[in-house]
Design a protein around this ligand. Structure first.
Ligand code: XMP
Length: 180
């Protein structure tokens, strides 16, 4: 596997993140926001979005994995870490990198609601054009993308490529090099 064509450039990402931050800030108004972010793919998106949000914000992180190791097919979400922070009465923004089968977001929404959040809104950077296992629609979406495995801007394959500034498609390749 190696990295292929650029799907979303760093400039488009920056513009879209700024626009998303405006919409999200507008929606939360004066409410204190608690972001529940899904590691690890959301790391760069979280950092960029966070610095553009003006409201009072707390950040909790959860760790979930659907693509362990070199997998490119979802194996379904499994929690590795859940935050201890109290969500009772909080206005939560669940932030994820990609909406794929919908299982991760559905699972998180259930969990956050069951912990007594006052409201839950959702934002994903990418929404894949593929059939959903769970019917969930995020409140905010960065980009609609084709059903291909993507890397860069925090997204990895087998732990690699998170540092690429653009979002790229992962491609099968003949040589064993794998370098971008
Ligand atoms: P589900 O299927 O639960 O999956 O909606 C969402 C999670 O799966 C990961 N995912 C990807 N990660 N490139 C990645 O690096 C991809 O193309 C990809 N598709 C899904 C992602 O972590 C997301 O939270």
């Amino acid at each position: 596997m190696g990295v292929g064509a650029v799907l979303v450039t760093r400039r488009r990402i920056a513009r879209r993140v700024a626009a998303l931050a405006e919409r999200i800030a507008e929606s939360f108004g004066d409410e204190e926001m608690t972001i529940v972010a899904v590691l690890t793919g959301v790391l760069v998106f979280l950092a960029d979005l966070l610095r553009r949000l003006p409201t009072r914000i707390r950040v909790e992180v959860v760790s979930l994995s659907s693509y362990p190791g070199a997998a490119v097919q979802s194996r379904g979400p499994s929690f590795r870490l859940w935050p201890v922070g109290d969500l009772v009465g909080r206005h939560v923004l669940v932030l994820d990198d990609i909406l794929d089968t919908g299982q991760t977001l559905a699972c998180l929404l259930d969990r956050v609601r069951s912990l007594g959040a006052a409201s839950v809104r959702t934002c994903v950077l990418l929404r894949k054009n593929c059939p959903r296992v769970e019917r969930v629609e995020p409140d905010w979406v960065g980009f609609d993308v084709p059903d291909a495995f993507v890397v860069g801007y925090g997204l990895d394959h087998d732990g690699l490529y998170r540092n690429l500034p653009d979002i790229r498609v992962l491609e099968a390749q003949d040589d064993a090099g794998g370098a971008p």
